[in-house]
Design a protein around this ligand. Structure first.
Ligand SMILES: NC(=O)c1ccc[n+]([C@@H]2O[C@H](COP(=O)([O-])OP(=O)(O)OC[C@H]3O[C@@H](n4cnc5c(N)ncnc54)[C@H](OP(=O)(O)O)[C@@H]3O)[C@@H](O)[C@H]2O)c1
Length: 350
Protein backbone atom coordinates (compact mmCIF):
# COMPACT_ATOMS: atom_id res chain seq x y z
CA UNK A 1 0.00 0.00 0.00
CA UNK A 2 1.36 3.43 -0.96
CA UNK A 3 1.34 5.83 1.97
CA UNK A 4 2.01 9.57 2.28
CA UNK A 5 2.50 11.80 5.31
CA UNK A 6 1.61 15.48 5.40
CA UNK A 7 3.58 17.16 8.17
CA UNK A 8 6.37 14.59 8.14
CA UNK A 9 9.03 16.83 9.68
CA UNK A 10 7.25 17.13 13.03
CA UNK A 11 7.52 14.89 16.07
CA UNK A 12 4.51 12.74 15.18
CA UNK A 13 5.53 12.68 11.51
CA UNK A 14 8.98 11.40 12.54
CA UNK A 15 7.49 8.55 14.55
CA UNK A 16 5.09 7.66 11.75
CA UNK A 17 8.06 7.42 9.40
CA UNK A 18 10.12 5.33 11.82
CA UNK A 19 7.31 2.82 12.38
CA UNK A 20 6.14 2.67 8.76
CA UNK A 21 9.62 1.98 7.43
CA UNK A 22 9.38 -1.49 8.97
CA UNK A 23 5.78 -2.15 7.94
CA UNK A 24 5.72 -5.15 5.64
CA UNK A 25 2.71 -3.92 3.62
CA UNK A 26 3.64 -0.25 3.22
CA UNK A 27 5.69 1.74 0.76
CA UNK A 28 6.34 5.33 1.84
CA UNK A 29 5.85 7.58 -1.16
CA UNK A 30 5.36 11.16 0.01
CA UNK A 31 6.60 13.01 3.11
CA UNK A 32 5.78 16.70 3.15
CA UNK A 33 7.43 19.64 4.81
CA UNK A 34 7.21 23.20 3.55
CA UNK A 35 10.34 24.15 5.47
CA UNK A 36 12.58 21.24 4.47
CA UNK A 37 11.36 20.33 0.96
CA UNK A 38 14.14 18.84 -1.15
CA UNK A 39 16.09 17.57 1.87
CA UNK A 40 16.59 13.92 2.82
CA UNK A 41 14.36 12.80 5.70
CA UNK A 42 17.38 11.90 7.81
CA UNK A 43 18.52 15.53 7.86
CA UNK A 44 15.60 16.26 10.20
CA UNK A 45 15.09 12.75 11.61
CA UNK A 46 18.73 11.62 11.97
CA UNK A 47 17.65 8.26 13.45
CA UNK A 48 16.32 7.32 9.98
CA UNK A 49 19.71 7.50 8.24
CA UNK A 50 20.25 4.36 6.16
CA UNK A 51 16.57 3.39 6.18
CA UNK A 52 15.10 5.52 3.39
CA UNK A 53 16.18 7.63 0.43
CA UNK A 54 12.96 9.62 0.45
CA UNK A 55 13.15 13.42 0.51
CA UNK A 56 10.69 15.93 1.91
CA UNK A 57 8.45 17.50 -0.70
CA UNK A 58 5.81 20.20 -0.64
CA UNK A 59 2.18 19.15 -0.64
CA UNK A 60 0.93 18.71 -4.20
CA UNK A 61 -2.59 17.38 -4.36
CA UNK A 62 -2.24 16.28 -8.00
CA UNK A 63 0.52 13.84 -6.99
CA UNK A 64 -1.50 12.23 -4.19
CA UNK A 65 -3.84 10.27 -6.42
CA UNK A 66 -1.04 8.50 -8.33
CA UNK A 67 1.24 8.02 -5.36
CA UNK A 68 -0.94 7.28 -2.35
CA UNK A 69 -3.66 4.89 -1.25
CA UNK A 70 -3.70 6.40 2.22
CA UNK A 71 -2.42 9.67 3.70
CA UNK A 72 -1.61 10.52 7.32
CA UNK A 73 -2.08 14.21 8.07
CA UNK A 74 0.12 15.29 10.98
CA UNK A 75 -0.07 19.08 10.79
CA UNK A 76 -0.98 21.36 13.73
CA UNK A 77 -4.68 21.69 14.51
CA UNK A 78 -6.42 24.31 12.39
CA UNK A 79 -3.91 24.02 9.55
CA UNK A 80 -5.54 20.92 8.00
CA UNK A 81 -8.39 23.15 6.81
CA UNK A 82 -5.98 24.49 4.17
CA UNK A 83 -5.72 21.12 2.42
CA UNK A 84 -8.17 18.54 3.85
CA UNK A 85 -11.10 19.24 1.54
CA UNK A 86 -8.86 18.98 -1.53
CA UNK A 87 -7.26 15.84 -0.18
CA UNK A 88 -10.64 14.23 0.50
CA UNK A 89 -11.63 14.93 -3.11
CA UNK A 90 -8.81 12.66 -4.34
CA UNK A 91 -10.59 9.66 -2.81
CA UNK A 92 -7.58 8.44 -0.80
CA UNK A 93 -8.08 7.15 2.71
CA UNK A 94 -7.13 9.70 5.38
CA UNK A 95 -5.97 9.38 8.96
CA UNK A 96 -5.81 12.79 10.62
CA UNK A 97 -3.76 13.40 13.76
CA UNK A 98 -5.03 16.86 14.61
CA UNK A 99 -8.10 17.86 16.62
CA UNK A 100 -9.90 19.17 13.53
CA UNK A 101 -12.05 16.07 12.94
CA UNK A 102 -12.39 14.56 16.40
CA UNK A 103 -15.57 16.18 17.69
CA UNK A 104 -18.89 14.85 16.39
CA UNK A 105 -20.72 18.13 16.63
CA UNK A 106 -19.32 20.96 14.50
CA UNK A 107 -20.74 23.52 16.95
CA UNK A 108 -18.46 22.14 19.68
CA UNK A 109 -15.52 23.71 17.81
CA UNK A 110 -16.83 27.18 18.70
CA UNK A 111 -16.81 26.29 22.37
CA UNK A 112 -13.53 24.36 22.62
CA UNK A 113 -11.37 25.76 19.81
CA UNK A 114 -12.83 29.22 19.32
CA UNK A 115 -13.76 28.93 15.64
CA UNK A 116 -16.68 27.75 13.54
CA UNK A 117 -15.81 24.47 11.82
CA UNK A 118 -15.41 25.29 8.10
CA UNK A 119 -16.29 21.78 6.83
CA UNK A 120 -19.13 20.32 8.94
CA UNK A 121 -20.11 17.88 6.17
CA UNK A 122 -16.60 16.47 5.93
CA UNK A 123 -16.40 16.32 9.73
CA UNK A 124 -19.38 13.93 9.75
CA UNK A 125 -17.46 11.45 7.60
CA UNK A 126 -14.67 10.97 10.16
CA UNK A 127 -14.64 8.13 12.69
CA UNK A 128 -13.07 8.67 16.11
CA UNK A 129 -9.99 6.49 15.77
CA UNK A 130 -9.63 4.74 19.09
CA UNK A 131 -9.36 1.04 18.14
CA UNK A 132 -10.04 -0.28 21.64
CA UNK A 133 -13.48 1.39 21.54
CA UNK A 134 -14.35 1.74 17.85
CA UNK A 135 -12.59 -1.17 16.17
CA UNK A 136 -15.47 -2.25 13.95
CA UNK A 137 -16.38 1.22 12.67
CA UNK A 138 -12.72 2.02 11.98
CA UNK A 139 -12.47 -1.10 9.80
CA UNK A 140 -15.15 0.22 7.47
CA UNK A 141 -14.08 3.90 7.48
CA UNK A 142 -12.19 5.85 4.86
CA UNK A 143 -11.59 8.85 7.14
CA UNK A 144 -10.34 8.39 10.66
CA UNK A 145 -9.36 10.98 13.25
CA UNK A 146 -6.82 9.85 15.85
CA UNK A 147 -7.57 10.99 19.45
CA UNK A 148 -5.51 13.49 21.41
CA UNK A 149 -2.83 11.85 23.53
CA UNK A 150 -4.20 12.92 26.93
CA UNK A 151 -7.76 12.15 25.83
CA UNK A 152 -6.77 8.66 24.66
CA UNK A 153 -4.90 7.82 27.87
CA UNK A 154 -7.83 9.05 29.98
CA UNK A 155 -10.59 7.39 27.93
CA UNK A 156 -8.85 4.01 28.04
CA UNK A 157 -8.64 4.20 31.85
CA UNK A 158 -12.31 5.04 32.32
CA UNK A 159 -14.16 3.34 29.45
CA UNK A 160 -14.79 -0.03 31.17
CA UNK A 161 -16.07 1.74 34.29
CA UNK A 162 -18.59 4.04 32.62
CA UNK A 163 -19.64 1.22 30.31
CA UNK A 164 -20.68 -0.96 33.24
CA UNK A 165 -22.17 1.88 35.25
CA UNK A 166 -19.85 1.33 38.23
CA UNK A 167 -18.88 4.96 38.81
CA UNK A 168 -20.64 8.28 39.15
CA UNK A 169 -20.34 9.89 35.71
CA UNK A 170 -20.40 13.40 37.13
CA UNK A 171 -17.69 12.89 39.69
CA UNK A 172 -14.58 12.06 37.65
CA UNK A 173 -11.32 13.93 38.10
CA UNK A 174 -8.37 13.28 35.80
CA UNK A 175 -4.94 14.53 36.77
CA UNK A 176 -2.63 14.32 33.73
CA UNK A 177 1.13 14.82 33.43
CA UNK A 178 2.67 15.17 29.98
CA UNK A 179 6.14 15.40 28.49
CA UNK A 180 7.37 18.28 26.34
CA UNK A 181 7.11 16.52 22.95
CA UNK A 182 3.32 16.75 23.34
CA UNK A 183 3.58 20.38 22.25
CA UNK A 184 5.25 19.66 18.90
CA UNK A 185 8.57 20.63 17.40
CA UNK A 186 8.12 24.39 17.20
CA UNK A 187 9.81 26.12 20.16
CA UNK A 188 7.84 28.51 22.35
CA UNK A 189 8.67 30.52 25.44
CA UNK A 190 7.12 27.72 27.56
CA UNK A 191 9.23 25.04 25.86
CA UNK A 192 12.52 26.96 26.13
CA UNK A 193 14.90 24.68 28.06
CA UNK A 194 15.44 27.27 30.79
CA UNK A 195 11.70 27.54 31.36
CA UNK A 196 10.74 23.90 30.81
CA UNK A 197 13.52 22.02 32.58
CA UNK A 198 12.68 20.73 36.05
CA UNK A 199 9.03 21.77 36.04
CA UNK A 200 5.87 20.21 37.37
CA UNK A 201 3.72 23.00 35.95
CA UNK A 202 -0.05 23.00 36.04
CA UNK A 203 -0.84 24.70 32.75
CA UNK A 204 -4.52 23.92 32.39
CA UNK A 205 -6.47 23.33 35.64
CA UNK A 206 -9.76 22.92 33.74
CA UNK A 207 -11.30 23.41 30.28
CA UNK A 208 -8.42 21.62 28.53
CA UNK A 209 -9.54 20.94 24.97
CA UNK A 210 -9.15 17.18 25.32
CA UNK A 211 -11.99 17.27 27.87
CA UNK A 212 -14.37 17.57 24.90
CA UNK A 213 -13.16 14.24 23.44
CA UNK A 214 -13.19 12.52 26.80
CA UNK A 215 -16.79 13.55 27.58
CA UNK A 216 -17.91 12.75 24.04
CA UNK A 217 -16.49 9.23 23.86
CA UNK A 218 -17.23 8.19 27.44
CA UNK A 219 -20.82 9.43 27.11
CA UNK A 220 -21.31 7.15 24.11
CA UNK A 221 -20.38 4.19 26.29
CA UNK A 222 -22.78 5.06 29.07
CA UNK A 223 -26.51 5.54 29.66
CA UNK A 224 -25.93 8.98 31.12
CA UNK A 225 -23.78 11.90 30.01
CA UNK A 226 -20.23 11.99 31.37
CA UNK A 227 -18.63 15.23 32.50
CA UNK A 228 -15.04 14.81 33.58
CA UNK A 229 -12.72 17.39 35.10
CA UNK A 230 -9.27 17.31 33.52
CA UNK A 231 -6.17 19.11 34.83
CA UNK A 232 -2.97 18.89 32.79
CA UNK A 233 0.59 19.42 34.04
CA UNK A 234 3.83 19.78 32.10
CA UNK A 235 6.49 17.59 33.67
CA UNK A 236 10.19 17.10 33.18
CA UNK A 237 9.99 14.42 30.48
CA UNK A 238 10.48 14.55 26.73
CA UNK A 239 7.80 11.96 26.13
CA UNK A 240 5.25 10.08 28.18
CA UNK A 241 1.84 10.65 29.79
CA UNK A 242 0.57 9.59 33.17
CA UNK A 243 -3.13 10.03 33.98
CA UNK A 244 -4.41 9.50 37.51
CA UNK A 245 -8.19 9.38 37.40
CA UNK A 246 -10.33 9.58 40.51
CA UNK A 247 -13.86 8.19 40.32
CA UNK A 248 -16.58 7.72 42.91
CA UNK A 249 -17.85 4.12 43.15
CA UNK A 250 -21.66 4.03 43.21
CA UNK A 251 -22.13 0.66 44.93
CA UNK A 252 -19.59 -1.35 46.88
CA UNK A 253 -17.72 -3.72 44.61
CA UNK A 254 -14.74 -6.00 45.19
CA UNK A 255 -11.37 -5.63 43.47
CA UNK A 256 -11.61 -8.95 41.69
CA UNK A 257 -14.76 -7.80 39.92
CA UNK A 258 -13.14 -4.52 38.93
CA UNK A 259 -10.24 -6.45 37.37
CA UNK A 260 -12.64 -8.77 35.62
CA UNK A 261 -14.46 -5.77 34.24
CA UNK A 262 -11.23 -4.32 32.78
CA UNK A 263 -10.07 -7.65 31.37
CA UNK A 264 -13.40 -8.38 29.75
CA UNK A 265 -13.68 -4.94 28.18
CA UNK A 266 -10.20 -5.18 26.67
CA UNK A 267 -10.17 -8.91 25.88
CA UNK A 268 -9.55 -8.20 22.15
CA UNK A 269 -7.09 -5.34 22.68
CA UNK A 270 -3.47 -6.39 22.27
CA UNK A 271 -2.05 -3.01 23.28
CA UNK A 272 -3.74 -2.76 26.68
CA UNK A 273 -1.74 -4.21 29.56
CA UNK A 274 -2.87 -4.47 33.16
CA UNK A 275 -0.33 -3.58 35.80
CA UNK A 276 -0.91 -5.09 39.17
CA UNK A 277 1.80 -5.91 41.64
CA UNK A 278 1.90 -5.69 45.39
CA UNK A 279 5.66 -5.19 45.52
CA UNK A 280 8.40 -3.65 43.43
CA UNK A 281 8.99 -0.47 41.52
CA UNK A 282 6.47 -0.96 38.76
CA UNK A 283 3.31 -1.62 40.77
CA UNK A 284 1.43 0.99 38.76
CA UNK A 285 1.70 2.12 35.13
CA UNK A 286 4.76 4.23 34.48
CA UNK A 287 5.64 6.05 31.23
CA UNK A 288 9.32 5.27 31.82
CA UNK A 289 8.91 1.72 30.51
CA UNK A 290 6.52 2.59 27.69
CA UNK A 291 8.71 4.86 25.63
CA UNK A 292 8.81 3.70 22.01
CA UNK A 293 5.94 1.24 22.47
CA UNK A 294 2.28 1.25 21.47
CA UNK A 295 1.03 0.02 24.83
CA UNK A 296 -1.31 1.78 27.19
CA UNK A 297 -0.77 0.36 30.67
CA UNK A 298 -3.64 0.48 33.13
CA UNK A 299 -3.80 -0.19 36.86
CA UNK A 300 -5.91 0.89 39.81
CA UNK A 301 -6.14 1.22 43.56
CA UNK A 302 -9.41 1.06 45.47
CA UNK A 303 -9.82 3.32 48.47
CA UNK A 304 -12.84 1.65 50.02
CA UNK A 305 -13.10 4.08 52.94
CA UNK A 306 -13.67 6.95 50.50
CA UNK A 307 -15.58 4.82 47.92
CA UNK A 308 -13.00 6.06 45.46
CA UNK A 309 -11.35 4.24 42.61
CA UNK A 310 -7.99 5.61 41.52
CA UNK A 311 -7.21 4.47 37.99
CA UNK A 312 -3.72 4.96 36.64
CA UNK A 313 -3.05 4.90 32.90
CA UNK A 314 0.08 5.64 30.95
CA UNK A 315 1.31 5.81 27.36
CA UNK A 316 3.98 7.26 25.12
CA UNK A 317 2.26 10.37 23.74
CA UNK A 318 4.03 10.06 20.38
CA UNK A 319 3.23 6.34 19.90
CA UNK A 320 0.03 5.07 21.53
CA UNK A 321 -0.95 8.74 21.92
CA UNK A 322 -0.40 9.49 18.21
CA UNK A 323 1.62 7.65 15.53
CA UNK A 324 1.13 4.11 16.89
CA UNK A 325 -2.63 4.39 17.23
CA UNK A 326 -2.77 5.99 13.78
CA UNK A 327 -0.94 2.99 12.30
CA UNK A 328 -3.16 0.63 14.30
CA UNK A 329 -6.09 2.43 12.62
CA UNK A 330 -4.45 2.02 9.21
CA UNK A 331 -3.96 -1.69 9.87
CA UNK A 332 -7.64 -2.09 10.72
CA UNK A 333 -8.81 -0.01 7.73
CA UNK A 334 -6.60 -2.08 5.42
CA UNK A 335 -7.30 -5.53 6.84
CA UNK A 336 -3.68 -5.95 7.95
CA UNK A 337 -2.71 -7.54 11.28
CA UNK A 338 -3.65 -4.96 13.95
CA UNK A 339 -0.19 -5.23 15.51
CA UNK A 340 1.85 -5.03 12.27
CA UNK A 341 4.95 -2.80 12.78
CA UNK A 342 3.81 -2.00 16.33
CA UNK A 343 4.54 -5.14 18.33
CA UNK A 344 7.54 -4.03 20.30
CA UNK A 345 8.17 -3.40 24.02
CA UNK A 346 9.32 -0.02 25.33
CA UNK A 347 12.97 0.77 25.95
CA UNK A 348 14.27 -0.16 29.40
CA UNK A 349 16.15 1.31 31.10
CA UNK A 350 15.82 4.72 29.54
N1 LIG B 1 3.01 15.67 19.82
C1 LIG B 1 2.14 14.84 20.33
O1 LIG B 1 2.40 14.19 21.36
C2 LIG B 1 0.81 14.64 19.67
C3 LIG B 1 -0.03 13.63 20.14
C4 LIG B 1 -1.28 13.42 19.54
C5 LIG B 1 -1.66 14.25 18.49
N2 LIG B 1 -0.84 15.24 18.07
C6 LIG B 1 -1.30 16.06 16.94
O2 LIG B 1 -0.59 15.62 15.78
C7 LIG B 1 -0.32 16.73 14.93
C8 LIG B 1 1.20 16.81 14.72
O3 LIG B 1 1.80 17.01 15.98
P1 LIG B 1 3.36 17.24 16.12
O4 LIG B 1 3.63 17.26 17.57
O5 LIG B 1 4.12 16.33 15.22
O6 LIG B 1 3.48 18.73 15.53
P2 LIG B 1 4.81 19.42 15.00
O7 LIG B 1 5.99 18.78 15.60
O8 LIG B 1 4.60 20.88 15.21
O9 LIG B 1 4.82 19.13 13.42
C9 LIG B 1 3.89 19.71 12.56
C10 LIG B 1 4.20 19.30 11.12
O10 LIG B 1 3.21 19.88 10.27
C11 LIG B 1 3.84 20.68 9.25
N3 LIG B 1 2.98 21.86 9.06
C12 LIG B 1 2.85 22.94 9.86
N4 LIG B 1 1.91 23.78 9.37
C13 LIG B 1 1.44 23.20 8.23
C14 LIG B 1 0.46 23.58 7.27
N5 LIG B 1 -0.20 24.73 7.37
N6 LIG B 1 0.25 22.76 6.21
C15 LIG B 1 0.93 21.58 6.08
N7 LIG B 1 1.86 21.17 6.97
C16 LIG B 1 2.11 21.97 8.03
C17 LIG B 1 5.22 20.99 9.80
O11 LIG B 1 6.20 21.11 8.76
P3 LIG B 1 6.37 22.40 7.84
O12 LIG B 1 5.97 23.60 8.70
O13 LIG B 1 7.79 22.37 7.45
O14 LIG B 1 5.44 22.18 6.69
C18 LIG B 1 5.54 19.74 10.60
O15 LIG B 1 6.03 18.73 9.73
C19 LIG B 1 -0.90 17.96 15.62
O16 LIG B 1 -2.17 18.24 15.11
C20 LIG B 1 -0.98 17.54 17.07
O17 LIG B 1 -2.00 18.22 17.77
C21 LIG B 1 0.38 15.44 18.61
Amino acid sequence: MKVGIIGASGFVGGELLRLLINHSQVELTIATSRTYKGQFLYKIHPNLKGFTDLKFSSFDNSKVLDNCDLVFTAAPHGSSFEFMNQLANTGVKIIDMSADYRLDNSLSYDKWYGFAHPYPDLLKKFTFGLPEINRESIKSSNYVSTPGCTALTSILALAPLVNTNIIDNNDIIIDAKVGSSGAGVKPTIASHHANRYGVIRLYKPYAHRHTAEIDQELSKLSDTRVTASLSVHSVNLVRGILCTSYAHIKNAINEVDIWKNFRQFYSDSPFIRFIRDKKGLYRYPDPKILIGSNFCDIGFAYDKSASRLIVISSSDNLIKGAAGTAIQNMNLMSNFEETESLWTPGIHPL
